[in-house]
Design a protein around this ligand. Structure first.
Ligand SMILES: NC(=O)c1ccc[n+]([C@@H]2O[C@H](COP(=O)([O-])OP(=O)(O)OC[C@H]3O[C@@H](n4cnc5c(N)ncnc54)[C@H](O)[C@@H]3O)[C@@H](O)[C@H]2O)c1
Length: 557
């Protein structure tokens, strides 16, 4: 029989703690909610009532249920109020010294049989547990943000956690309507170990002005299918918490420089730009705690390009190529009212003399593309914009094959071929403002969201997505978690529509490996080296859905 939890304590009522209180109280469990001061307690109470009031307003919670929920919560200052609870979940800031101090105090205050749990995202549960005299009764109970919404809880078992304690908290998770995965004590557990390198890389893109915050977030939502962009997500998590998590992951996770907090994160924390909770982070919010973004000095002046911004008129479009991409482009441009001229590489290109824009989708080989652009240079009229759809080759190499590199851009159509909701416009060091403006205006006419970025391997979407997938393979290879657990963690903890292994099987392991190799070649960062397991599976011909087998066997379906 699993242990009965009738009363629990939650310590720290910030971004996570208030949500955890709500989860327990919604499920009929009495909660003692503890803060460090009266002022912090008032803020914590406001966090909880704000959330439950929103649930009532949206029709997700009846008023009477809200009142019953709030009646189950006893708000207190100081840990002494936790004498009789069966379980405590600690959710104070991500600092080891603070958590160890609190656990030592909880050990003194709580009844001997009480289970002590930490909601830490990255710190060692083992190190926290040995601050008590009952390390076998200490676990990690890692909820996801927002706790009432996200289904996943990572249950972290240390080498000393008793098996029955793990079983008891697993049963509790089920009672709370959560799905748990039980794992060992490793920095970042499953989800954050895969998430934070990606988030930090997105910040580095903003810091280096590679792309704007709006463009990076739009790219990952539309091109990566994610529920939220990385910068909006960092604002939700809180930059102070994110910075502490990155720091710990860097120290505990093998000093992978991808986890060393980007200087911009630290500067923002110092400046008090913590995200939603302080009213300003990467974006500006209506007020502290609000989810509503309001315009600020970085908000683009106009959502759509307007006439007069230097865009050249485009009526006739040349599409070069014979494959599926070229056929899709033909359809998309024709559908938007452009006069399309199709041409095949190696054949007579004279028909392209009068087009205003050329988009090539020929073989993904630098020599082929350079040769094509060199001949287009001799055929096309002045003022034409040349676009390459490459996703892996440097656009500048292609541009320099022409005598007019200022007129060359990349136009990478991203997403399912039929929809292509996103276009990454690549601006090289030689691309002129008129060519970029023309590309933007054309994308607007096509009804596609365009994002502008620099000329780097993987552009925005692939550069952020493939290292995450590669990290998932490394985690599997290390024996830390299973394919199913990792897929579940990302879907239920982070709201991803597919798990990393589902995605790898769908895009093709060979495609993922080629992209990862290109990123590694360009950046020479050891953390980006392709996972050996990925290389082996590709060598073995296990390429995913296309061959019937990848990380999963699809032959029986
Ligand atoms: N923010 C997230 O998205 C997220 C997600 C999962 C887990 N976590 C983890 O949850 C924990 C809390 O993070 P957060 O983002 O909610 O932080 P937060 O800063 O929003 O809230 C921390 C709260 O702890 C309170 N506090 C500080 N010292 C205290 C003490 N001695 N006694 C009682 N309360 C005290 C603070 O007043 C504050 O309200 C961290 O370990 C973090 O890694 C955070």
């Amino acid at each position: 029989m699993a242990r009965e939890f009738t009363s629990v304590g939650v310590v720290g009522l910030g971004t996570m703690g208030a949500g955890i209180v709500e989860v327990f109280a919604r499920n009929g469990i009495d909660v003692v909610a503890v803060e460090v001061s009266d002022a912090a307690l008032d803020r914590g109470r406001a966090n909880l009532t704000g959330s439950t009031d929103r649930a009532v307003a949206r029709g997700k919670l009846a008023e009477a249920d809200r009142d019953a929920l709030l009646a189950r919560v006893d708000f207190r200052v100081g840990l002494d109020a936790l004498r009789s609870v069966d379980l405590v979940v600690e959710a104070v800031p991500e600092r080891l010294d603070l958590k160890r101090r609190i656990f030592a105090e909880l050990d003194r205050v709580c009844k001997p049989e009480a289970i002590l749990a930490t909601n830490t995202s990255s710190l060692s549960v083992t190190e926290v547990s040995v601050a008590t005299g009952r390390p076998h009764q200490v676990v990690g109970l890692h909820f996801f943000n927002p706790a009432p919404v996200m289904k996943l809880v990572e249950v972290v078992r240390t080498v000393v956690t008793a098996a029955e304690v793990v079983a008891d908290v697993e049963a509790l998770c089920t009672r709370l309507g959560k799905v748990d995965v039980t794992i060992g004590d490793r920095a970042g557990f499953i989800a954050n170990a895969l998430l934070f390198g990606y988030l930090n890389h997105a910040v580095a893109m903003v810091e280096s002005r590679y792309a704007t915050r709006e463009d990076i977030d739009a790219a990952m939502k539309l091109g990566g299918g994610l529920p939220m962009g990385p910068l909006a997500l960092l604002d939700l998590i809180g930059l102070d918490t994110a910075c502490e998590i990155l720091d710990t992951m860097y120290r505990r996770g093998g000093r992978d420089r991808r986890h060393a907090p980007t200087p911009l994160v630290r500067q923002m924390v110092t400046a008090g730009l913590l995200g939603r909770k302080s009213g300003r982070g990467f974006y500006t919010y209506e007020k502290p705690g609000s989810a509503k973004v309001v315009p600020d000095e970085s908000t683009p002046a106009q959502a759509r390009p307007a006439a007069g911004d230097g865009a050249r008129p485009v009526a006739r479009v040349g599409v070069v190529g014979v494959g599926a991409t070229a056929a899709g482009l033909d359809e998309v441009f024709t559908g938007a009212g452009y006069d399309v001229v199709r041409a095949a590489p190696g054949e007579d290109l004279a028909g392209l003399a009068e087009v205003d824009l050329v988009v090539e989708a020929v073989a993904e080989e630098l020599g082929v593309k350079k040769e094509l652009f060199a001949s287009l240079d001799g055929i096309c009229k002045p003022g034409v914009v040349f676009a390459t759809t490459t996703s892996s080759l440097p656009v500048i190499d292609i541009a320099m094959a022409t005598g007019r590199p200022a007129d060359v851009v990349g136009l990478h159509f991203v997403g399912p071929a039929s929809a292509w909701p996103l276009v990454e416009i690549v601006r090289t060091v030689r691309t002129g403002a008129e060519a970029t403006a023309t590309a933007r205006a054309v994308c607007a006419t096509l009804g596609r969201t365009a994002v502008v970025c620099g000329d780097r391997a993987g552009l925005v979407v692939d550069a952020l997505l493939f290292p995450y997938l590669n990290d998932a393979v490394k985690m599997l290879e290390a024996g830390y978690a299973t394919v199913d657990d990792i897929d579940h963690a990302m879907k239920l903890g982070c709201g991803y529509p597919t798990g990393p292994f589902e995605l790898l099987d769908a895009v093709g392991l060979d495609v993922a490996l080629a992209s990862q190799r290109a990123l590694y070649r360009e950046l020479r960062d050891p953390g980006l080296a392709p996972a050996p397991l990925l290389e082996h599976l590709v060598t073995a011909g296990y390429l995913g859905l296309r061959t019937g087998r990848g990380f999963r066997d699809h032959t029986g379906r």
